[in-house]
Design a protein. Structure first.
Length: 165
């Protein structure tokens, strides 16, 4: 199946909220301390509309939204962004579309930031492997005031192009 990765539009707000809530229910994360309780969850077009903040959706050939992710700054951590709300429906997992979505987000992030942070859950085992595959490393340093205190796994990725010895 063909997919299009494009910037979020206002018409996508409720669709991506539904996808995020569906995935959170799937992993038992439908409670306080997670994205479930984010007050702006259904209003991403008003959140991701400034330089250094962007959200992308995955759209199928027949116009259905099946996933998405965003990049936004981490308050109080200059030069650090957060990979935000990366969720895909089961039907597209394993198709490579999440890889394309991640590459799109990281390419954008590299224009504005030196590091990329993310918070997730230890029971999201496939996601943990996915993040590690994309160069994210575990950290014990919680950044920003995300409100996601229930997230028990933290990652950071260096976005600089320096050659590491």
């Amino acid at each position: 199946m063909d997919y299009l990765i494009r910037e979020l539009e206002e018409k996508d707000n409720k669709k991506i909220e539904h996808i995020i809530r569906t995935c959170l229910i799937e992993y038992g994360a439908d409670h306080e301390g997670t994205a479930w309780a984010d007050p702006m969850l259904g209003e991403f077009s008003s959140v991701y509309n400034t330089e250094g903040r962007k959200y992308w959706v995955v759209e199928t050939a027949d116009g259905r939204i099946v996933g998405g992710t965003g990049i936004g700054e981490v308050e109080g951590s200059p030069g650090v962004c957060e990979l935000q709300k990366m969720y895909c429906l089961q039907e597209v997992r394993g198709t490579g579309v999440a890889h394309e979505l991640m590459e799109t987000a990281l390419s954008y992030a590299e224009e504005y930031y030196d590091k990329c942070y993310l918070e997730t859950f230890s029971n999201m085992v496939p996601a943990l492997k996915f993040y590690k595959k994309h160069g994210f490393e575990l950290t014990d340093q919680r950044l920003g005031a995300t409100g996601h205190f229930a997230c028990d796994v933290l990652f950071i990725k260096d976005l600089t192009n320096d050659i590491k010895g």
